[in-house]
Design a protein around this ligand. Structure first.
Ligand code: GAL
Length: 795
């Protein structure tokens, strides 16, 4: 058994020519590394016609004579969207799903001891009669060989697949399937625990290997313990010859039990409240074509930064690297068949069924996956079709429930779980519909597969009120799904902004629905999720303040609501050196069901009037209430405030003077506000809002150590304009000039504007090891550098 990464050495043409498949092709081709996108796109205002093409890839290789009598298998992680594979001019294989892997047996077409050529005709046009195509789609579908390619040299008999079902109590069943002549062969299985202890089992090919491992550590969100399973296909020795290992497969898995009941999701017998986001697998410029480290980063962001315990891979199976990271981090995954609202004809449906089978077979060993999507997202009912998808999925994986995200109520429920894209919220009342009004079978599980999204697209450069409303809507969605009995949890729409088709988005081919921008820079709404994390140390404390406290940003210079998103115990507010008040989460208010309800800051006066106006405590409190209420109501006086003024014998002039002094209007001296997050009695995090005195450009490389090999690697870079206190400057739109010294290439433009004070870039390795420095230059700020180390791993 030999395994080779095959991501290097490919040549590409954006226009397929039949000559490409021939041994001598004479075409002008571009050398590329996989993952590859057929077209690098601009950040916005891109044209979806540009990546739609019939293109081609070609790779030459030498097939040594030692391969005689062996099986040579070429595996593509994903080719978007329709791939025909040729070897030495012979058409060998056709695959018509852009989101699943496929393996081509090259053996019969090889010329041993000679040069050979593999070519791929890749069709990324959206008029293909396969999922997800057929209707309008709210995301781009890109094109190219965008996941890893590898070559395996095997015996004629080999293991095609290994699947282990492993329950939290330690009982397991191992299923295998083989290819080739295996009469008399046996199986050896070995389970290795994280501590290194091993247990061996043997079995027959026709039956699953079953057993019970004692004292297992189950896989859970908090402790995602992973075991490894190695299965060997053995040909017993005869006539004194020893046994031969024909093939061997190693996979990682976890012992865990998933149960969905009307009351919710139970993992290893314990109720889990799902708090997740939808993730599209697309990125700025590169579309789908990003290496493993970038895929893994998304999982880390979801779990570690945003505190999610679940993700929905909308709307297709996603990269194995992403799923591996979810396994390692303890992030539950809802994975669904490719598609978007549209159901096609019989041939389309046959492909969709095939996609379901491939999805399950390729992903079912990932312990993080807890639910299969057996419906095309948002599609209409289709009894015959969805009976088949559910059956196909259940047959290949009896351990997990199915769901299917629908946009309508009371749809036919052939799945185990009703997954509902709940876009009912308009900012008033409950943020989600009553479960009973939606599901067609209240005895089954129920979850909210989407909310938020298009109901309030929010750009990072929208005004403060708009950004706050988006955040509060996310909070309402999370809160109300927890508050309602029998809702297993929710998946907000969505993790990050994404490029889309002309029929959707803000006219610039972007859906600004994310809690992050396309570079995964957090918007305010990201803090809603982040602040739900359980803090274990002061560094886990989140403190985000919704308001910049700049009165002129708001119509009429009237201050707006100020909310704090935090997982601290309380928040203290200071104005200048004066302490104002301490605020604690309202456990009975609008967001009472959340672990850490956002806190509204509604007192900006505290006891200042006692201190500076010489008032007695009672009068100071009453007057402060008047001022705070005026702040909230655009300086209007409520009947209650009027009554209070009367009883305090305060004139309007007197109240206005104090309002100007302690709250402020346009033109009054700016105050400095300090917010302190208090945890275990100590202030552990501070946010200061005061006039900007200096602008800094902050550059963060999220993964500063890269490995070139088995293919290119990529660094994700975030840029932020911040003030002297580290506060984001949301209206800074300066251009940042990027340049690199050393072996890294900037993907996309080298001059990027800040959008909402934030930007990003991606840096690709070039095949060379070394140290690279990214220089960032912005008018009005000091230059900023970041260092990236690149190692090379030999193939
Ligand atoms: C949903 C759809 C998502 C996305 C979202 C936008 O209906 O399932 O893919 O388009 O709308 O809010």
């Amino acid at each position: 058994m030999e395994h080779y990464d095959w991501n290097e050495g490919w040549l590409f043409t954006p226009r397929f020519d039949p000559a490409l498949v021939r041994p001598e092709c004479g075409l002008e081709l571009e050398p590329v590394r996989i993952p590859h996108t057929v077209r690098v796109l601009p950040y916005n205002y891109c044209n979806e016609n540009e990546y739609q093409c019939l293109c081609g890839y070609r790779r030459e290789f030498f097939a040594p004579r030692e391969w005689a009598g062996r099986t040579v298998l070429l595996t593509f992680g994903a080719v978007a969207h329709d791939a025909t594979v040729f070897c030495n001019g012979r058409r060998l294989f056709h695959h018509a799903c852009g989101y699943t892997a496929f393996t081509v047996d090259l053996t019969s077409a090889l010329h041993l001891g000679q040069n050979n050529v593999v070519a791929v005709r890749c069709d990324s046009r959206e008029d293909l009669n396969i999922p997800p195509f057929g209707g309008q789609i709210d995301h781009l579908t890109y094109g190219g060989i965008y996941r890893a390619v590898s070559l395996d040299i095997k015996e004629p008999a080999y293991l095609r697949d290994v699947f282990i079902e492993a329950k939290a109590e330690g009982d397991f069943r191992i299923y295998t399937s083989t290819v080739g002549e295996t009469v008399g062969c046996t199986l050896q299985a070995e389970i290795r625990s994280p501590s290194g202890s091993r247990a061996a089992y043997s079995g027959e090919l026709s039956l699953p290997i079953t057993g019970v491992l004692n004292g297992v550590h189950p896989w859970s969100i908090e402790h995602p313990t992973l075991y490894t399973l190695t299965v060997q296909l053995i040909r017993p020795g005869s006539a004194g010859l020893p046994d031969r290992v024909l093939d061997e497969k190693t996979i990682r898995f976890g012992f865990r039990t998933v149960q969905f009941v009307a009351g919710g999701l139970y993992l290893n017998g314990q109720r889990v409240e799902l708090r997740g986001l939808n993730r599209h697998q697309s990125y700025a410029y590169q579309g789908y074509a990003m290496p493993d480290s970038i895929q893994r980063l998304d999982a880390q962001i979801l779990k570690k930064d945003l505190g999610c315990n679940a993700v929905r891979t909308s709307h297709s199976p996603q990269s194995p690297a992403f799923l591996d990271a979810c396994d390692e981090l303890g992030l539950l995954v809802f994975t669904e068949m490719p598609g978007w609202r549209y159901i096609g004809d019989e041939s389309w449906k046959a492909q969709a069924l095939q996609n379901c089978r491939e999805m399950v077979c390729q992903c079912r060993n990932h312990p993080s996956i807890f639910l299969w999507g057996a419906r095309v997202n948002g599609s209409a009912d289709d009894e015959a079709f969805y009976k088949r998808t559910n059956e196909a999925i259940h047959r290949l994986d009896p351990t997990r429930p199915t769901a299917g995200a629908r946009n309508h109520r009371k749809s036919q429920l052939l799945e185990d779980v009703y997954a509902y894209n709940d876009y009912s919220y308009r900012g008033r009342g409950s943020a989600c519909e009553a479960r009973a009004a939606v599901t067609s079978d209240p005895r089954k599980g129920y979850l909210i597969s989407e909310f938020g999204g298009q109901q309030l697209p929010t750009k990072p450069f929208d005004d403060e009120t708009h950004r706050l409303v988006q955040a509060l809507r996310y909070a309402a969605g999370i809160n109300d799904s927890i508050a309602q009995q029998g809702v297993a949890g929710s998946f907000g729409w969505c993790m990050a902004d994404y490029n889309t088709h002309r029929e959707f988005g803000s006219g610039d081919r972007i859906c600004y629905h994310g809690v992050m921008d396309m570079f995964r820079n957090p918007k305010l709404s990201a803090a809603v999720y982040a602040s739900q994390k359980t803090p274990r140390s002061p560094s886990d404390i989140v403190l985000e303040v919704s308001s910049g406290m700049a009165l002129g940003d708001l119509p009429g210079g009237v201050p707006t609501a100020c909310w704090v998103f935090t997982n601290a115990e309380s928040v203290r507010l200071y104005r200048g050196n004066d302490y104002i008040a301490e605020f604690t989460p309202d456990r009975h208010g609008r967001f009472a069901a959340m672990t850490h309800p956002p806190i509204e800051i509604n007192d900006f006066v505290g006891s200042l009037l006692e201190k500076y106006e010489g008032m007695d405590q009672a009068s100071a409190q009453m007057t402060a209430a008047i001022l705070n209420e005026m702040r909230r109501d655009a300086m209007e006086l409520s009947p209650l405030s009027k009554a209070r003024m009367l009883s305090l014998r305060l004139s309007w002039n007197e109240v206005a003077r104090m309002y100007y002094k302690y709250i402020g209007v346009l033109g009054t001296p700016c105050a400095a506000y300090r917010f302190e997050a208090v945890w275990h009695g100590r202030a552990v995090r501070t946010v200061v809002r005061e006039p900007v005195q200096s602008v800094r450009l902050e550059c963060t490389v999220h993964n500063p150590i890269l490995t070139d090999g088995p293919t290119w690697d990529c660094a994700a870079v975030s840029l932020r304009a911040i003030d002297q206190n580290g506060s984001l400057l949301p209206y800074c739109g300066e251009a940042v000039q990027l340049s690199v010294d050393g072996p890294l290439k900037i993907i996309g433009p080298s001059v990027v504007p800040l959008r909402g004070g934030m930007a990003g870039t991606y840096l690709a390795t070039t095949g060379e090891a070394g140290r690279a420095v990214l220089h960032c230059r912005m008018e009005g700020a000091l230059d900023t550098d970041a260092v990236v180390t690149i190692r090379c791993r030999e193939a």
